[in-house]
Design a protein around this ligand. Structure first.
Ligand code: MOS
Length: 732
């Protein structure tokens, strides 16, 4: 039986408050945590299949052109080589999140340096690697002078979602206070700890692929389209995913390559990308150039707000990093101009990388706001507070719960923010300048269609099943808590099974919508089970008080008594309704950072950082906090070190491993303080939660930039702010 709930209005039933188990929102450790840390949780490449062959992808050592021939005969003479796959159905770009159809397939046509064009299959990883390295092939490369490689030279087209209202130019010309600033941000890599991997098995009837994917619910359609094989002949299993950050939203090359090889050879084939291949072929976050214009009255209230951005992608890709996504509703100002344009460039596909849009749009906006606060001569926190709009200024819609003011004031208090106008270079200890900075956080909230099956077994334990994934975000724990809370079961009596397309379709992990969407499907299934249990107990559902598998009405009845040995199984189906036409929904926050900057070397060290966040109901205090912390670590990386560096001559990525692409390591990260300002949001989802996964990195790099200025007086307009740039910008 299926229960369907389409959310057209706020859900004020407060379903999650009906239980008595008292585990929802608590800091429950991951049920799968022990298996993960002891190495017994099988990741995609670790599944065992008899007679498995290994495939290694061969990638183009040039940027644009055509593969004109592969000498397969010679390749097959190499030790251990079983096949060379260059089937035209092999995908050569990763699909964008939620695509549901095959990404580009045309391995002979090369569009970026590092694009896969063949798979060498051999009896061992070493032999396949050797043969892939020495695969004889011929190609015709385009003249590099004819290929757009530099973002400054690209041809551009208009992107989506542009906003134009009033007359920004007039506001800029007449307002008492203005700033007009242009910033550059560099590309980012996802580089999840688990590289992209797939193990495909084909028995002539059905294809089973163990893969590391965020959205099997869409990936199955993408694979079906790529292979021209019906979905009912495909099963994707992604039980554990070692991080995704957007890089595993869509189907990528290792999956189709492994599948094609397994189908051709009728033996299991495993393909794992090397770290370098992950960097070179998996999607990047686009670099950006952003102009921010702010015009304010004498009190710092915005009358004009412009944010224009240029990003890039490969020819024919629809995705454009949505840099302005939160700018459109974050602050007021009646004269508005928000324009996004995308240029065509031959670097690997640009796509969703954690918090696509806000991750680079918010730090730039918040750095510009800091300049405006200085210009107006008021406290930067006060400047934000004065500009929080009553309604979404671009759409005219009311907001669902709006936590920004709370996050700003409570965060400032907890951090010990000194109120008032600020001056740089006020505090020095030896060779270190010390300063503080702040920024707002915002990340749009979305929900996605989701299905989950909840079964209350005859023995009084429960099972939750969906093809939803847990990419390290805590889905297993959260769904254990929701089912346990609703059905009155201790966590150890709830089994959650995820990441298998033989289960009902979940929403996938992406866009921070995972927990709210799949949680809503589980809560409505559980609610239906509660109603049936209450019926059997001869009471109203609102009187049903369950804890640890028993009714707490003095009757000593247990769930087993009510079930009489028979399981109760319900599929919950949650669907986003028209509510998005009525409200603008976003998670909010505020960052506060203290840095020290070396006056001789320009080195910046983040000394402490606090994030105050509001994202509706907190489903699990521990996993939510961990998401915030992870986001804040990326704020440090994007503020100070992270940058994809392309060779200007031939366009190849020069830093394609974690030794050369600098992420913050333990020594770079101080204790990060996270405050969660919980406020249930009935318009956000049936569990009254909003997205939290990406929020923690939406603006924090701006707080660090502002702290650098406050410390040493270096105003910079390029992220990351590496020591060379700090030194150049620092006053003598
Ligand atoms: Mo996210 S970038 O939608 O995994």
């Amino acid at each position: 039986m299926t229960v369907h709930f389409k959310q057209d209005k706020p859900d004020t039933r407060n379903l999650l408050d009906r239980g008595s188990q008292d585990i929802i929102g608590k800091a429950l450790s991951r049920p799968e945590g022990l298996a993960k840390v002891t190495g017994t949780a099988p990741y995609a490449a670790e599944y065992h299949a008899e007679d498995t062959l290994t495939g290694v992808l061969v990638t183009a050592p040039f940027t644009k052109g055509t593969i004109t021939g592969i000498d397969k005969k010679q390749a097959l003479e190499m030790d251990g080589v079983v096949a060379v796959i260059d089937d035209m159905r092999m995908t050569v770009r990763p699909a964008q999140g939620g695509a549901g159809e095959s990404p580009e397939q045309q391995p002979s046509h090369i569009d970026y340096f590092g694009q896969p064009f063949a798979l060498v299959v051999a009896t061992s990883f070493e032999k396949a690697t050797h043969a892939a390295k020495h695969l004889p092939f011929s190609h015709e490369a385009d003249d590099v002078d004819d290929i757009p490689l530099d973002p400054e030279d690209m041809e551009t087209e208009e992107g989506d979602g542009n906003v134009r209202a009033g007359d920004l130019a007039h506001a800029m010309a007449t307002a008492p206070h203005t700033v007009d600033l242009t910033y550059v941000t560099h590309g980012h890599a996802s580089a999840a700890m688990e590289p992209h991997a797939a193990l495909a098995e084909w028995d002539g009837e059905r294809l089973i692929v163990h893969a590391s994917l965020q959205m099997p619910n869409f990936n199955i359609s993408e694979l079906s389209d790529a292979l021209d094989l019906p979905e009912d002949k495909i099963r994707i299993v992604s039980r554990y995913v070692g991080g995704g950050f957007g890089s595993k939203l869509g189907l990528s090359e290792e999956v189709t390559a492994a599948a094609l090889a397994a189908m051709e050879l009728k033996r299991p084939v495993r393909v794992v990308m090397s770290r370098q291949q992950v960097f070179q072929t998996i999607m990047r976050r686009s670099e950006s150039k952003q102009r921010v214009r702010l015009a304010a009255d004498g009190e710092g209230r915005l009358i004009g707000f412009g944010h224009e951005a240029r990003v890039s992608n490969l020819p024919d890709e629809e995705f454009a990093e949505p840099v302005l996504q939160s700018s459109v509703f974050l602050y007021g100002g009646e004269n508005r101009l928000m324009e996004l344009e995308v240029g065509r460039i031959h670097q690997m596909t640009a796509g969703s990388v954690r918090a696509p849009g806000e991750a680079i749009g918010m730090p730039v906006l918040e750095a510009a706001m800091d300049c405006l606060a200085e210009e107006v001569g008021i406290d930067p926190v006060e400047l934000r507070l004065r500009n929080i709009p009553e309604k979404d200024p671009s759409k005219g819609l009311p907001f669902t719960e709006h936590e920004l003011a709370d996050c700003l004031t409570k965060g400032a208090e907890a951090f010990g923010w000194e109120k008032g106008p600020r001056k740089p270079r006020q505090r020095r200890e030896g060779e270190w300048w010390i300063g503080t900075g702040m920024a707002s956080a915002a990340r749009v909230h979305n929900v996605s269609e989701a299905k989950a099956r909840v079964t209350l077994n005859g023995d009084g334990t429960a099972r939750v099943q969906s093809d939803m994934t847990d990419i390290g975000t805590g889905t297993y724990a959260i769904l254990t808590q929701i089912a346990g809370e609703m059905l009155g079961l201790a966590p150890e009596n709830v089994l959650v099974e995820l990441g298998d397309t033989d289960f009902p379709r979940g929403p996938g992990s992406g866009g921070s919508w995972g927990a709210a969407s799949i949680g809503s499907a589980v809560v409505i299934a559980c609610q239906s089970i509660r109603e049936q249990l209450a019926d059997r107990a001869g009471i109203g559902e609102d009187q049903l008080d369950l804890r640890d598998g028993s009714l707490r009405d003095g009757s000593n009845r247990t769930l087993q008594d009510l079930l009489d040995g028979e399981p109760l199984s319900i599929e919950g189906h949650y669907e986003p309704g028209d509510i998005s036409d009525d409200y603008t929904a976003s998670s909010f926050g505020a960052f506060f950072a203290q840095v020290r900057v070396n006056r001789h070397t320009g080195e910046t060290r983040v000394e402490r950082m606090l994030g105050a966040f509001g994202f509706g109901r907190v489903l699990n205090a521990q996993t939510a906090r961990s998401q915030c912390i992870g986001g804040m670590v990326w704020c440090i990386g994007s503020a100070l070190t992270e940058s994809l560096l392309f060779d200007p001559v031939d366009g190849h990525l020069a830093n394609c491993d974690l030794a050369e692409y600098h992420v913050p390591v333990h020594r770079d990260v101080p204790d990060l303080e996270v405050m969660m300002l919980e406020r249930n949001d009935p318009a956000a989802s049936a569990v009254q939660a909003k997205g939290v996964g990406e929020l923690g990195m939406c603006g924090g790099a701006g707080a660090i930039a502002n702290a650098i200025y406050n410390a040493c007086g270096a105003r910079m307009f390029e992220f990351p702010m590496t020591p060379d740039k700090v030194l150049e910008a620092m006053p003598d």
